[in-house]
Design a protein around this ligand. Structure first.
Ligand code: SAH
Length: 264
């Protein structure tokens, strides 16, 4: 696990993260993977409270020592994927452990969506960040892009060179801002998108046919019949060209026709 511990050493980047977070004296912050506590200090110095989650007990002990002059940090020595986020959190600001990018982003976004006014400023591996913000038609546009853009506004704030970290990792990074749309997340829609995005380079017709075990109708014959009810031009379009709004209207039409189902 040691190799996932790369610490941000560039003061300039650190400052950009802090200013993007627009920290206020009464803010409660969640930091995931607080490491040696460098970012934690900046966060705690100008806010009400920081929850610092770090799985490595040695790092918790070392940063407790290092930050002993600050009394508004609650250290949580646990896996960030296993804990329930405290409901008073306003902002999530972290240089994330990249190995858990996918599940932790899902968890953060579900949390933000239930907390209007909350935001997240997060450091990711560059390639992951690119997939979060990718627009339809480009290779990086994927289920992750659809999930992020359906639930939130995701913006790239800055690229961060691998040289800003110690030890120097093999990958570059990117800071992303997530502002939730505070919607009721429709699991049926997400399942539908997940199914067709497994065939994202195919046209919609083939993508639905090829993922029919995930649809409401499994037999080729009856699915083909139901697909007659969908717009012909849409069926000919490649899946990765659809933006979220179009996917939503396709899903609603497919739902009415009994092609897919609402999530239980
Ligand atoms: N935030 C620090 C360090 C980032 S590196 C900095 O900016 O310098 C990522 C940190 O996440 C490491 O300290 C690692 O021990 C920790 N970590 C890795 N997986 C974790 C998990 N599942 N839950 C909590 N912390 C984790």
């Amino acid at each position: 696990m040691r190799n996932t511990q790369v610490f941000l050493r560039d003061k300039n980047v650190m400052q950009k993260i802090i200013s993007a977070a627009e920290l206020k004296p009464d803010d409660v912050i969640l930091e995931i993977g607080s490491g040696d506590g460098r970012l934690t200090r900046e966060l705690a110095s100008c806010t009400k409270k920081v929850y610092a989650v770090e799985r490595d007990l040695n790092l918790i002990d070392a940063s407790k020592m290092e930050l002993r002059d600050l009394n508004n940090i609650e250290f949580i020595n646990d896996d960030a994927l296993n804990i329930e986020f405290a409901s008073d959190i306003d902002k999530v600001v972290s240089n994330l452990p990249y190995a858990i990018s996918s599940p932790i982003t899902t968890k953060i976004i579900y949390f933000l969506n239930e907390h209007p006014g909350s935001i997240a400023i997060l450091m990711y591996q560059k390639e992951f960040g690119e997939r979060m913000i990718a627009i339809p038609g480009i290779r990086d546009y994927s289920m992750l892009s659809v999930f992020c853009q359906y639930t939130s506004t995701t913006e790239k704030l800055l690229n961060v060179s691998k040289n800003c970290f110690k030890p120097t990792p093999s990958v570059d990074s990117m800071v992303v801002k997530i502002t939730p749309k505070n919607i009721r997340i429709d699991e049926g829609f997400l399942s539908f998108c997940r199914a067709i995005f497994q065939h994202k380079k195919k046209n919609l017709y083939s993508a639905i046919m090829d993922s029919r075990e995930k649809m409401a109708v499994h037999s080729k014959e009856s699915l083909r019949e139901k697909l007659n009810g969908l717009d012909k031009d849409l069926l000919k379009e490649k899946v990765f060209l659809f933006e979220v709004e179009q996917l939503l209207s396709i899903y609603r039409a497919a739902l009415k026709l009994g092609i897919c189902q609402e999530s239980a």
